[in-house]
Design a binder for this molecule. Sequence first.
Ligand SMILES: Cc1ncc(C[n+]2csc(CCOP(=O)(O)OP(=O)(O)O)c2C)c(N)n1
Ligand SMILES: [Mg+2]
Length: 331
Amino acid sequence: MTATALKAATALQPALLKSFYAEMQRIRVIEEEIADRYAEQKMRCPVHLSIGQEAVPVAVSALLSDDDQVVSTHRCHAHYLAKGGDLNAMMAEMHGKAPGCCGGRGGSMHLFDHKVGMLMSLPIVASSIPIGVGAAYGMKQQGKDSVCVVYLGDASVEEGVFHESANFAQLHKIPVIFLCENNLYSVYTHLGDRQPDRPLTQVAASHDLPTDHVDGNDVAAVHAAAEVAIDRARSGRGPSFLVADTYRWREHCGPNYDNDIGYRSEEEFQAWRVLDPIERLRRQLIDSGDLDDAGAQALTDGFKAEIDAAFDFAENAPYPEGQTAAGGVYA
Ligand SMILES: Cc1ncc(C[n+]2csc(CCOP(=O)(O)OP(=O)(O)O)c2C)c(N)n1
Ligand SMILES: [Mg+2]
C-alpha cells in the first residue's frame, strides 16, 4: 500500500468505507444485469461497461454536492450512477423510451441528470472536456465555490482539445479537476504503444497543472487524492490533473470478455482481476472487523430488486411520439 493509500485508509471511517462498498457493488450489479440482458436486443444502443473501474466515480462523488457538476464520456454509466443519476431514467434511455434521461434519443452514451449535477456525457472522445471547463468557468464567474469534475479516458489526452482546455483552465484558474481513468487501452491499443516515453502526468504538467497519480482500484487512495484536487479547485487555486490506474474487464464496447482476440492476454486480465476494487475493500473491512459476510450481504440485498424494477419500468414505458422526432434538432 502506498503512503497516500495508507493515510487514506486509516483516516476514513468504517461507515464511509461501507457506503463505498455498497455503492460500488450497486454499480457492478447494474452493469452485470445490462450485460446479461444485452443479447435480448431490447437495448439497441452500444454499451461501454465500467465493470472493474467502479472505485473512481464512487470515491469522487462522495466529495461532491449536487451543485458540483461532472461531465463524462462514452463510458458513463458508473459516473452517472455514482453522482446520483436516476436509474429508471437511465434504463429507459438505454431502451430508447420516452422517459429516458435524453428522451430516448441518446442511448447509453448520453446520460444526463441536471438535478444531481450530472451535466452530460458525450461519446466523441475529449469533446466533453471543454464543456466541463466552460461549466466550471461559469461557476467561478458567478462567485460560487462549486467545482466540475471532467472524467476522461487515457486516450483523451491525445486530442488537441484536451490541451487547449488544460491551458485555458490553468491560465484562468478554473475550478475543474481533470480525472483521467487510465485503463491502459484506447479500444485495442495499449498506452505503451501510444505514449511510450511520457507518463500522462508529465503531459498534463507541461500545462503547469498540479498532477497526482493513484491506484484507481483503491477507493480510499482515490478519495484522498481527489480530495486534495477538489479542495484546490474549491478554494480558488485552480485546476488539477489526476491519473487513476484501473482496468476494464469486458470488451471496449459490448457485454462480452475479449481476452482471446489478441490485443491483450488472459494473464494480464487475471492480474488485474485480483485487484478488483470491490473485493479488495470487502476483504479490508472484514480483516479490520468492521464487516462480516452477513453484513456485506445485507448492504447489497436490495439491489437486484431495484434493477429488476428499473428494467420493468423501461420495458413498459412508451417510445417517443413519432411527430417529436425533429424536436431538439438544430440546423
Ligand atoms: C474523436 C473520436 N475519435 C475516435 C472515436 C472512437 N472511439 C470511441 S472510444 C475510443 C477510445 C477511448 O479510449 P479512452 O479515452 O482511453 O477511454 P476508454 O474507452 O478506455 O474508457 C475511440 C477511439 C471517438 N468516439 N471520437
Ligand atoms: Mg482507456
